[in-house]
Design a protein around this ligand. Structure first.
Ligand SMILES: C[S@@+](CC[C@H](N)C(=O)[O-])C[C@H]1O[C@@H](n2cnc3c(N)ncnc32)[C@H](O)[C@@H]1O
Length: 256
């Protein structure tokens, strides 16, 4: 086991050094625990996510036509971006947008403290991210990256540039309460009937409703009680909702 300060330093190294170190580590013999993680635990996490993406694909296909963006907040090593492409591109003509600092996690505020989150961790530089996606077969003209920490990058001007096209799918994988707040505020204008919003880290922080993505979502729903969402699929970690429209007190049907 590496110590926590060492791990923090590791994540501040340039991505290419991290990759070399990981390659060297991979060449060393595996312990029983590492073998189990590689063969059982990691594939399980992959399958869980894949099930969510395929459930979304099926929902949107049955309810077609659905057009718009796949908006992803938290893109790191393009695991979810590649999965989104694999699960959606045969059925839909989405444009794919990755929003990330591309410098890893921001400063961790008190409420977001949990062992696995550290400032600078989960960093993949934008060029490396794009290369991974293109090598996977995504066309360059369907992929856009927006670089920066969300409290700075998610501007009104950016919103105007991306609108009027709406979101078909919003994937929130930025882990932290403080990161999710500006994300939800930004995506509000991209909702259309049927938009699926997925939270990748719904059950982080021991599923505490006062923390993480759960808290940001609850506060968002309280701030905009006219926006109506229905429960969709969930796994041990992820949770998804479908936007069904703006709800009025006077009229108990969705109006847009
Ligand atoms: C768990 S990783 C995402 C993993 C990715 N979906 C994948 O499958 O490879 C979380 C990502 O969120 C980004 N992130 C978290 N908070 C952020 C913020 N406030 N602004 C910009 N990016 C942020 C980090 O840079 C990191 O890349």
């Amino acid at each position: 086991m590496t110590s926590r300060p060492l791990r923090s330093l590791f994540h501040l190294l340039p991505t290419r050094f991290q990759a070399v170190a990981r390659t060297l580590r991979r060449r060393m013999p595996l312990t029983a625990m590492e073998r189990w993680v590689r063969n059982e635990y990691t594939p399980f996490a992959f399958d869980e996510r894949k099930w969510v993406f395929l459930s979304v694909a099926r929902f949107l296909h049955i309810n077609r036509p659905m057009v718009g963006y796949y908006l992803e907040f938290g893109s790191h090593e393009a695991n979810t971006m590649r999965m989104a492409w694999d699960c959606f591109h045969h059925l839909f003509d989405f444009d794919y947008v990755a929003f990330d600092s591309f410098q890893g996690l921001p400063k961790i505020e008190v409420i977001d403290r949990q062992d696995i989150w550290q400032q600078g961790k989960l960093r993949t530089e934008a060029d490396a991210f794009v290369r991974i996606c293109l090598d996977h077969g995504m066309p360059h003209d369907r992929l856009m990256t927006v670089k920066g920490f969300y409290d700075q990058s998610l501007t009104g001007e950016l919103k105007q540039r991306l609108l009027p096209k709406k979101a078909a799918v919003v994937y929130v994988d930025c882990d932290l309460y403080h990161s999710t707040i500006p994300v939800l505020e930004f995506v509000k204008n991209f909702l259309q009937k049927g938009t699926v919003i997925v939270f990748d880290d719904w059950n982080c922080f021991l599923a505490d409703p006062g923390k993480g993505e759960r808290r940001a979502w609850r506060e968002f729903c309280e701030r905009y009680p006219d926006l109506h969402f229905e429960d969709f699929v969930s796994t041990g970690m992820q949770k998804a909702f479908v936007y069904v429209g703006a709800w009025t007190e006077a009229d108990s049907t969705a109006v847009d």
